[in-house]
Design a protein around this ligand. Structure first.
Ligand code: FUB
Ligand code: ZN
Length: 641
């Protein structure tokens, strides 16, 4: 093993970085939404996921591959990846609380899974239950849709997690045998195959970081450089679907299947960082800028088409038909985290925050046992589709999202703060403790319900060091109050952080106050589907309007331009603690019931009277009933006389 191995107990341990990540167990989260999600993940989601491994066919399939058990293969060809993500979720949860009540059960799950996978693995290292059981004659023969390397990637990430979490090397040995086979075949063997679903690239780089085995990095480089050269066989979905339309360095914008593009970007940044390839990194940054400006939902969600689970054109961001797959939110957080570590820029932490608190958080019910796969920004009264009934569900035939959600929640501590040669940077605010080298910080906050974040230095090495605190771009103004002096405006640098450099002593405090005044947000005029609408945000939280909270039919309400927005703290049944926002609105006249839905009469005037529209955080929607919801509300037009 290389000496990279024990550097970081978390998903990412780059050899070089502008900001160095901390270990999951170096960050304790004691409350707030992150704390609540982690508690529910441990108490409800992970136990459900563990049951589903058997029920959904994931482990029975592997027993079939091992020549044990009876029956037929169940589920999708990438069913193995559910188990790998579940293993990763358990590993990070164990890392977070190695002495928790579940430690023995987690150890047993990892050990039994590793043993099963070792039995299922072929002597040459190959491992994929679908191809071993159902299509042995097609192994590596239909990579465009086989997901063999995709599954391998999730295996490698699970192996890295279990090794870094101190859960033994059994899984790592299985992973390395498969990685070595991929190297023999696709690197040194000269085969130019590429998996149609990116994922293995980022995983190979992390396996390299853990083991020091350079051929894993070289294979990741090759897979990225070979993309866009027509080497992925056509599936009928077109070359954009699998990002094979242009070489990665030349591709100007995110296209095709959203999760594929976003996992690919994570791998691109990983390879660029490990090889010092500035051009490759710059290409990813260019696509990030384009994506943020033109293809990102207000919640941070990605993918505006059900067809192909894909990105749309620039500004194609329909609220009702938006796809915003939960896995896309997770993949986007992975990509942004890599860019943040590579560059130190707070704009990536800003987007992580937006995505975490909105697109990602909405994926899970308040009780942690139901999940969204698709996260639209509007639910109509008559929404009905076979696959997506518009409510969260316990599990899915294609269950890529639930265990993916669990692995991110159990590793959340990794994304809170970083260190560098100058000191510590705090990127996400949650109450708890941050340990970075010899520095220990206590974080006290009611964020995101309250904008005040108080940091106390509990221990510090001698000498001067810098404390950087992100000032989110949404905060109109911000203030810093040091324990030793007068408050002053927290003006962030170009990197988005307010920094204090001094010889810190134990007991020193500094409080960052962010501006949580609710905001009425309007869309770029290019987004035709949202013209004439506005949304409500407060701090990092995007709001939505659910029928259950309104006095009038939601579709008859329009917000007033410049509407007064009043935050009110509430404890809502089915949701728990929250802050609702009451917005000044008007009631529109009832819409004409019959005939073509087009008239010469403006829908907006005359209003029948003033009203109050009530908004709840978007991530807390669908926890009470299946009623109508919308994030984007029409803005009332000034009445014409
Ligand atoms: O293809 C594997 C996973 O299933 C994708 O990442 C998801 O979008 C879903 O299609
Ligand atoms: Zn998914």
């Amino acid at each position: 093993m290389s000496d990279l191995r024990d550097r970081v107990r978390g998903p990412l341990a780059p050899s070089t970085a502008a900001q160095r990540p901390l270990s999951i167990d170096d960050v304790e989260i004691h409350g707030g939404p992150f704390g609540r999600w982690q508690r529910i993940n441990r108490e409800a989601s992970i136990p459900l996921g563990l049951q589903q491994m058997e029920k959904s066919g994931a482990t029975p399939n592997l027993r079939l591959a091992a020549g044990e058990g009876e029956g037929t293969f169940q589920g999708y060809r990438f069913q193995d990846s559910d188990l790998y993500k579940q293993l990763e979720a358990v590993a990070w949860e164990h890392c977070r609380r190695p002495d928790g009540d579940d430690a023995a059960a987690y150890r047993a799950f990892v050990a039994e899974s590793a043993a099963l996978l070792a039995r299922a693995q072929r002597p040459d290292g190959y491992l994929n239950s679908h191809y071993q059981v159902v299509k042995p004659d097609k192994i590596f023969a239909e990579l465009e849709h086989s997901h063999e390397m995709y599954c391998a990637g999730h295996l490698f990430q699970a192996a890295v997690a279990t090794a870094r979490a101190g859960l033994g090397d059994g899984l790592l040995e299985v992973a390395r045998r498969f990685a070595d086979l991929l190297v023999r075949r696709f690197l040194t063997g000269g085969d130019d195959g590429i998996d149609g679903h990116a994922e293995v690239e980022t995983a190979l780089v992390e396996l390299y970081r853990l083991t020091g085995e350079r051929t894993y990095l070289e294979l990741a480089c090759k897979l990225i450089d070979n993309r866009g050269r027509g080497l992925i066989a056509r599936t009928g979905l077109g070359p954009l679907y699998a990002q094979d339309h242009l070489p990665v360095r030349e591709a100007p914008t995110a296209v095709g299947h959203a999760v594929r593009q976003l996992y690919l970007e994570a791998g691109v940044v990983d390879v660029a960082v490990e090889t010092g390839d500035a051009d490759l990194l710059a290409s990813s940054v260019r696509r990030w800028e384009d994506l943020v400006a033109t293809k990102t939902a207000i919640t941070g969600g990605h993918g505006s088409r059900h067809d192909g689970e894909a990105f749309g054109e620039r500004y194609e961001l329909p609220p009702d038909r938006s796809y915003n797959e939960s896995c896309a939110a997770i993949a986007a957080i992975h990509w942004n985290w890599r860019l943040l570590l590579a560059t130190g820029s707070g704009r990536y932490a800003d987007l992580i925050e937006r995505t975490l608190h909105n697109a990602f958080a909405a994926s899970t019910s308040a009780d942690g046992v139901r999940f969204f796969y698709v996260n639209p920004l509007q639910r109509r009264a008559d929404l009905f589709e076979d696959a997506y009934l518009g409510r969260r569900r316990e599990w899915f035939a294609c269950a890529c999202c639930p265990p993916n959600i669990m692995r991110l929640v159990s590793s959340l501590g990794h994304y809170v703060a970083t260190t560098d040669d100058e000191g510590v940077s705090v990127h996400q605010y949650a109450p708890g403790v941050i340990r970075a080298g010899g520095i220990t910080l206590d974080v006290e906050t009611e964020y995101p319900w309250d904008g005040s974040v108080r940091l106390t230095v509990r221990s510090a090495p001698g000498g001067a060091w810098t404390l950087r605190m992100r000032v989110p771009a949404w905060s109109g103004s911000a203030r810093l109050t040091p324990g030793w002096g007068e408050p002053y405006p927290a003006v962030p640098g170009a990197d988005g952080y307010a920094a204090i450099r001094r010889e810190w002593r134990a007991g020193d405090t500094v409080t960052l106050d962010l501006d949580l005044t609710p905001r009425l947000v309007v869309p770029h005029r290019g987004i035709d589907a949202l013209r004439g609408c506005a949304a409500v945000e407060r701090g990092p939280i995007v709001y939505c309007f659910e029928q259950i909270d309104q006095d009038s039919p939601l579709e008859d309400l329009a917000l007033l331009p410049g509407a007064g927005l009043r935050p009110v703290e509430r404890d809502l049944p089915g949701i728990g603690r929250t802050v609702i926002v009451e917005a000044d609105a008007v009631r529109l006249p009832p819409a004409p019931p019959q005939g073509l839905p087009y008239t010469t009469v403006s829908d907006a005037a005359p209003a029948t009277g003033p009203a109050t529209a009530v908004a709840v955080p978007y991530y807390q929607w669908d926890n009470r009933d299946g009623g109508v919801m919308r994030v984007w509300m029409p803005l009332a037009q000034p009445s014409r006389r």
